[in-house]
Ligand binder design. Sequence first.
Ligand SMILES: [Zn+2]
Length: 602
Amino acid sequence: MLSLDRSFRLLAGTALALVAAPVFAKGAAAAPPAPADTVLLHGTIHTIDARGTTAQALAVRDGRIVYVGSDAGAAKLAGPATQTIDLKGQVVLPGLVDAHMHPLEGGLGLLACDLGYKRLTVPEFQAALAACAAADGPGHDDKVLVALHWFQQEMQPLGIEMTKAMLDALPTKRPVAVFSSFGHSALVNSRALALAGIDAKTPDPVGGAIHHDASGAPTGLLEDSAQDLVRKLVPPPSAEDELAAARAALAAMAAQGVTSFLDADAPAESVRAFAALSKQGALTARAHFAPHVAPEEGPSPEPALTRIVTLRQTYDEGPAQARPTVMVRTVKLYMDGVITAPAFTGVMLEPYFENVGTTDKPVWRQGSNRGPAPYFPPKVLAPLVERITALGFDPHMHADGDGAVRIALDAVATLKKAHPGRDVRAAIAHDEIVDPADFPRYKALGVTPVLSLQWGKQAADTVAGARDYLGPKRYAFMEPSGLLAKAGARIAFGSDWPVDPLDEWFAIKVGATRRNAPSAGPDYAQPLSGGPPLSVRQSVRAATIEAAWSLRAEQAVGSLEPGKFADLIVIDRDPFAGDPEAIAGTRVRLTMVGGKIVYTAR
Ligand SMILES: [Zn+2]
């Protein structure tokens, strides 16, 4: 405990030193400052500092920003060995900070057959899978062809019933399993059903369903835990696969401009893979990890906490350095599941609505289902949060329904009362439904909502999957990013990749518009209700300085100010000029982390 407190003070001390570090020593007029390693000139540099300053030029030395200001000022720092980047008017932002994602899973997905979360017709769906089978080449007859990121709800025409026959028609003998991006269902072919031993007589597993046709035969569609019957046919990734996945994830992040991330449910494998890349000097983003305590571990959490402390001791690389490092300083807790159909696993203050009419003539009434019991009941959560924070970790709580959110806020309130001086940065992820009475509590308790901003739009999940089931009162507050901001909450962004695509710019644009992409079609063209959007500035801040704050990294990154690390991106448009809709199409031209260029667009 003592040593932990000390390491925290050391970290804080380092951060302060960063800010206080004199950029140009006073009284050093006689000796000009050492030349910069790199200067960027002739740009529109949005620093995202507290005043919203824009500058022309920036200079970097030893991985840190040493100057932000005019071209003339920066030019004075150029020596014979200085690399000069002429921005030619291009826009620079701080590197993006993604405060909630699942990078190992995302990376593994990049290496698998990827359906890309797209709206597809059946022929398009089949063509994509056939292409994956062809890409693997011959000789894999018994290896399951796994396809990911299938946007099941958006199959065209909407509502079409997907069956094994559509997969049996593919030009491959292989077992095929297609997993939905929402994680709740899989479509498999006849060969996979046979290998998994699923037939007309197989009972539904607990927490899952096997769909059957009129004759009783399985249709190939497996829901929730029934997916595990097929998943077990797929061998787990090897350590080599995991390294390749971590590399692929980092490359995808660099291309998006992500320079810091939080793995918001970090298995040991993830920490290990990214730590191995750090050792090789191949880590290209600052890597934060939140191992989780499982609900069943909650009542006696010491073994889980010991496991997490060991991960920190083994892999955390200590105070931030110019080069990206591994940090294990957060603990993840799942308070509930997801509020939307067909899961209804959000913990709700009031019951979900149910259709007591017919499909054609629906009659929606409040039913009796409030979702599951909270995964951590209040009596378990409060002491757990106390222990987590006593060990020097920040809690990152997944809470999607208003009931789960309230319990999470209550646990932080209890902690603040018992330990008013404890430095805690609690985060609540997702927050799709929050009771308005709880809006001001985020600010009052210093809790950061970490929002998947791209969810705040009309789409199959927020309209068909939520509107009627929530009822009008709650639907009016769905995805309350702007309302929380108005109530003073510090809004941070997390993409939740690969639950959603790694598309930070689309998310920033949805944050500022609450509108879907035009390609979503006329059904989803309106802004989502649920209050005002964020301003563009709030949305950009959510993905930079506010996300950095939630990771205790705001003294080191998240804005472009002297003393901070040179984590920055050059992009092809100005988010603060013109139509916010255009932000979605932003292309990153260059990504720099700690003064090193880690990505250049071709
Ligand atoms: Zn997540």
